[in-house]
Design a protein around this ligand. Structure first.
Ligand code: MF3
Ligand code: CO
Ligand code: CO
Length: 258
């Protein structure tokens, strides 16, 4: 691995671990009665205490430090005084900037007991991301990622959101290429050693269609059914990959032991 790639991986590893740590701390904090604004404050604090910045804060006018997307919200939910209730599912998406480099990750959380259907949706979404990660190497393509996710998710009876995608990142938050979560094997952009990007499938219980609310950010399912998402930042190595945003506490996937 050349020196530039090593440096990029080293920096992204650090930024990624800070973002993952913020989500680790959300695990014991989330319960019925907590507001999404309180979750935002917690994420802001963990990032700041690590000498990092929150990438979403003031990004294109986004007002908060993380995205909080509950139930039928697909992504980009804005933290506010909304109280979480028993049975809710919610995605928390955190991006830290450390020494100029980005680490971007999100996980699903459940509030108390959730339905069997919601649980199946969350599990399928996580598995689809991990299956896509497991095929990564310097010979695979963006289409292989999309195909892996789409074929698995549709077999489980759910749909892949088309309106949002993963992305390259590094010194900037969002850069080329777009990482589509659907597609054909062997098609699209070829991956290469040193490439750093996110995989962040948004999976819907019903139809894939989304719409954006008047706040200009909050994307919801058109049919008001549930949506779930997980996100890791990954890097391509000579024969494989590295995940930069894994939990150091084994809290990557619920049920999180507290
Ligand atoms: N973290 C999101 C992503 O995965 C982007 C959030 S942009 C914001 O790409 F402005 F909404 F925060
Ligand atoms: Co992202
Ligand atoms: Co994100």
């Amino acid at each position: 691995m050349n020196k530039n790639i090593e440096e990029a991986f080293e920096k992204t590893r650090l930024a990624g671990s800070i973002a993952a740590q913020a989500l680790d701390e959300v695990v014991s904090f989330i319960k019925p009665g907590v507001t999404t604004e309180q979750i935002d404050e917690l994420c802001y604090k963990v990032i700041k205490d690590n000498g990092a910045y929150s990438a979403p804060l003031f990004y294109r006018g986004f007002p908060k430090s993380c995205c909080t997307s509950a139930n039928h919200i697909v992504c980009h939910g804005i933290p506010k005084d909304k109280v979480l209730n028993e049975g809710d599912i919610i995605n928390i998406d955190v991006t830290a900037i450390k020494d100029g480099w980005h680490g971007d990750t999100s996980r699903m959380f459940s509030v108390g007991e959730i339905s069997v259907k919601a649980n199946h949706l969350i599990k399928t979404t996580y598995e689809s991301m991990m299956k896509a990660i497991s095929i990564l190497n310097d010979k695979s393509t963006v289409g292989d990622i999309g195909f892996t996710i789409q074929s698995y998710v549709e077999k489980e009876g759910f749909s892949v959101v088309r309106d949002f995608c993963g992305h390259g990142l590094g010194r900037s938050f969002h850069k080329e290429p777009n990482i589509l979560h659907y597609g054909k094997q062997g098609s699209g952009y070829k991956l290469y050693e040193g490439m750093i990007f996110t995989i962040e499938p948004m999976i819907n219980e019903g139809l894939a269609d989304t719409k954006t609310l008047n706040d200009g950010w909050t994307a919801v399912t058109k049919d008001k059914k549930l949506s779930a998402q997980f996100e890791h930042t990954v890097g391509i190595t000579k024969d494989g990959y590295e995940i930069f945003t894994s939990s150091k506490k084994g809290l990557d996937f619920p049920p999180y032991k507290k």
